[in-house]
Ligand binder design. Structure first.
Ligand code: ADP
Ligand code: NAG
Ligand code: NAG
Ligand code: NAG
Ligand code: NAG
Ligand code: NAG
Length: 682
């Protein structure tokens, strides 16, 4: 009986012993293949995800994280004396670091062994990896051992590169470091680089041999056996770091600093006095897919690209439509319906003139630019005058007038074909005159107009003026007769252009600021006082015009033939008058004619010019009389050069000229820039 009891007792003792041994062993080791349901002490950004990943950081900047095993360890034998060496230990873990940009990735993960009372609160969430700060780094009082996986090169820690593994004692200035990689057992221990932040999980082994004081660190891609040759190996007696009889915590620390990076631990095992138990790789949770940059999967990139392409396409199409609409927009109002047939579409004009290209620009006058064009349908040549006009005021009346002008048809008028209206812009469409404006012919040396042609031109314009003043339903005043408004068609017929346009600027203005419309040199003196255009103001301009055609000189000329002051400008009328006085009127005829002219016609025209440009409006002939004189149907009134009225009135004319020079003047319509000189010198 006693014997049996003894055996039972012994068995009991052995059982107790067995239990004690096994319980002691399981306390000193653990293995986590995934962290689902595990009781880690987490702090900072650290969480355990639903899939069982230990997520230290999630990409948020300037975050630190700590994950600590709940049970603490004694690294020096509790029973032994204070001289007892630090015990051997071994750990292994699988980690992953995910960064959108591998070149800007920070800062890393560190496995640490730290005193249980160590306070992480003061640690910096930056290159200090959530472990130290600028003061505590390197402090021997830390009693911390660590292995860092550092994805950033920090000069203050004398980091070797931006992708290294290091052994840390109390400091991030590693006592030993190496670029991340491994020695491949299957390939003659050749070295392979590894990129810590490669988005692929890797395994790390850390072993400390308490006898030899050897620290070995190895790493390898997942599912690769622990390399026989460690990446790092150094000798350091951890007894100088880890204190006697003090509990130590083991865990991971991480920090992002100013980088968008995510740090994960997938599995972890640890053992005191032995090898870390193997991690079951098959049970590990998966790393999240991290918007991969290098080899994006088609499925992932097609939808956003398609969406973006669609948005861009819609944008371009609507931009083109809007631009097209803008390009072609016209102003069209109800009252214009009746003028429909005279209305051109802007689109047609745009096509006709090649989009108003500068190569089609044929001239720029006081009112706007003139472009040559060819109508798409009829293929007829047109001249399009773009007049900028902002005010709506008087527009209806003006258009009505333009349209009625369009009904004017005379062989010596430039035919107005129609108009088009846009915001702030009026386009007038005329027949194209292939020989351009008269002034170009008069003042160029290329083709000299003979006297016969000049006389025909004068007669043609007189005929046009008769039509406007007397033969149409109502009196039309041209207001801007001058050589540049006389155009020559393909048969060198003279045609008066621009009629009625002056009214656009003359109408609806404040009477206080009424502008004189017309061109300096052609303006009758009374316009300076009343600014009221009459048929006789047209006659005045016609007078100047025929003198200009005969003499080949501008209405205002620099003092000719040496004489007194070279720079003193002289009115063409005065100059001709002077020669008439002196009996040398034929000297005023254009020298380019070389005397090839009918002297009677020339004298007739010069005298008629003087008569038409008479300063007193009631002394001027009507256009019907002008025509009769020109055709020789009626004799000119016999005005001798010494005729009293002429002498006195020449003076008046000059004064009159002065007075309208002084009046407010749209400078854009001035054809000479010497106005101020003129008035100053008189
Ligand atoms: N119907 C047309 N056919 C051909 N050329 C024209 C026509 N209308 C105008 N031009 C050219 O455009 C220039 C400027 O015209 P315009 O604006 O009438 O001048 P301005 O305002 O000085 O009278 C003219 O000198 C002429 O060369
Ligand atoms: C990341 O974690 C922080 C807390 O540490 C939280 O405020 C943030 O919303 C998280 N971001 C994401 C994308 O989960
Ligand atoms: C987790 O660990 C902490 C600290 O070690 C402990 O207080 C807590 O009771 C543990 N919880 C569970 C569910 O084990
Ligand atoms: C440590 O960092 C803090 C905060 O960045 C700074 O105020 C302090 O001056 C630093 N101290 C040293 C010694 O660099
Ligand atoms: C490993 O990387 C380092 C630095 O990036 C480079 O100098 C070295 O040549 C690489 N070695 C191999 C085997 O790729
Ligand atoms: C530790 O080092 C000693 C002496 O070099 C050696 O005998 C022993 O096998 C090592 N222990 C382990 C677990 O490698």
């Amino acid at each position: 009986m006693l014997h049996v009891k003894l055996i039972c007792f012994l068995l009991f003792l052995a059982g107790v012993n067995l239990v004690a041994c096994s319980s002691g062993g399981s306390d000193d080791r653990f293995v986590y293949s995934g962290f689902t349901g595990r009781n880690l002490t987490l702090d900072g950004a650290a969480v355990i995800t639903r899939t069982g990943l230990l997520e230290l950081t999630n990409g948020t900047l300037r975050k630190k994280a700590h994950a600590i095993h709940p049970v603490q360890f004694h690294f020096r034998s509790p029973s032994a004396s204070s001289t007892a060496a630090a015990r051997s230990f071994s750990t292994s873990f699988v980690f992953g670091i995910l960064c959108p940009d591998a070149d800007a990735c920070g800062h890393g993960i560190v496995f640490f062994v730290a005193p249980s009372e160590y306070n992480f609160a003061a640690a910096f969430p930056s290159q200090y990896l959530g472990l130290f700060n600028n003061i505590s780094n390197g402090d021997a009082a830390n009693h911390i051992f660590g292995v860092e996986l550092d994805t950033d090169q920090n000069n203050e820690f004398r980091d070797i590169d931006g992708n290294h593994v290091g052994v840390d004692i109390n400091s991030l200035n590693s006592i030993e470091a190496s670029s991340a990689g491994y020695y491949d057992d299957s390939n003659d221990h050749g070295f392979h680089n590894l990129t810590l932040a490669s988005h692929e999980a890797k395994q790390v082994w850390v072993d400390y041999n308490g006898t030899s004081k050897q620290i070995n660190v190895a790493m390898a891609p997942l599912r690769t056996a622990k390399p026989a040759r460690p990446l790092l190996s150094c000798t350091y007696d951890l007894s100088t770091v880890l204190l006697t009889d003090k509990p130590y915590m083991v865990g991971f620390s991480s920090a992002t600093g100013s980088f968008d990076s995510k740090h994960y631990v997938l599995g972890w095992s640890f053992a005191m006095d032995g090898s870390a138990p193997p991690i079951d790789i098959d049970k590990l949770p998966k790393l999240p897919r991290f918007a991969p940059k290098k080899r994006p999967k088609l499925v992932e990139i097609i939808p956003p690209i398609a969406t973006a392409a669609l948005i861009v396409a819609v944008g371009i199409v609507s931009f083109l439509l809007i631009r097209r609409r803008m390009r072609y927009t016209e102003l069209r109002e109800d009252w214009e319906v009746e003028f429909g047939p005279h209305r051109f579409s802007y689109k047609d004009l745009l096509h006709a003139t090649d989009g108003f290209k500068s190569k089609n620009l044929i001239g720029a006058g006081g009112f706007g630019r003139v472009y040559k064009g060819v109508l798409p349908l009829s293929k007829s040549e047109i001249a399009v005058k773009k007049v900028s006009h902002d005010s709506k005021q008087g527009m209806k009346e003006f258009i009505a007038e333009v349209v009625s002008i369009g009904r004017l048809q005379h062989r010596n008028l430039v035919q107005l074909l129609g108009y088009c209206r846009r915001k702030g812009e009026l386009l007038l469409v005329y027949d194209y005159m292939s020989n351009g404006s008269l002034d170009k012919h008069l003042y160029s040396d290329k083709q000299i107009l003979g006297w016969g042609q000049r006389f025909q031109i004068i007669k043609g314009i007189a005929s046009a003026l008769l039509y406007l003043h007397e033969e149409w339903e109502k009196v039309i005043i041209h207001r801007d007769i001058k050589t540049s408004n006389v155009l020559l068609d393909s048969e060198m017929n003279s045609r008066l252009g621009d009629f009625g346009l002056a009214r656009l600027y003359d109408r609806g203005e404040d009477p206080q600021t009424t502008h004189v419309v017309g061109t300096i040199g052609y303006l009758a003196p009374e316009l300076g006082r009343s600014s009221k255009a009459t048929p006789l103001t047209d006659i005045f301009a016609f007078g100047i015009f025929i003198l200009e055609v005969t003499c080949g000189r501008r209405p205002i000329v620099q003092a000719p033939q040496g004489g007194e002051d070279q720079r003193n400008p002289v009115l063409l009328v005065d100059w001709v008058l002077e020669h008439w006085h002196d009996g040398s009127i034929t000297d005023t005829v254009d020298a380019k004619l070389h005397g090839n002219y009918n002297i009677d016609e020339v004298c007739l025209v010069l005298k008629l010019g003087l008569l038409c440009a008479h300063p007193l409006s009631n002394a001027r002939p009507t256009i019907r009389q002008v025509i009769k004189y020109l055709n020789g149907d009626m004799a000119m009134p016999d005005l001798t050069p010494t005729h009293q009225s002429f002498e006195t009135l020449t003076l008046m004319q000059n004064q009159g000229f002065d007075s309208y020079v002084m009046s407010s003047y749209p400078s854009s319509m001035a054809s000479t820039s010497t106005i101020s000189n003129l008035s100053a010198q008189k």
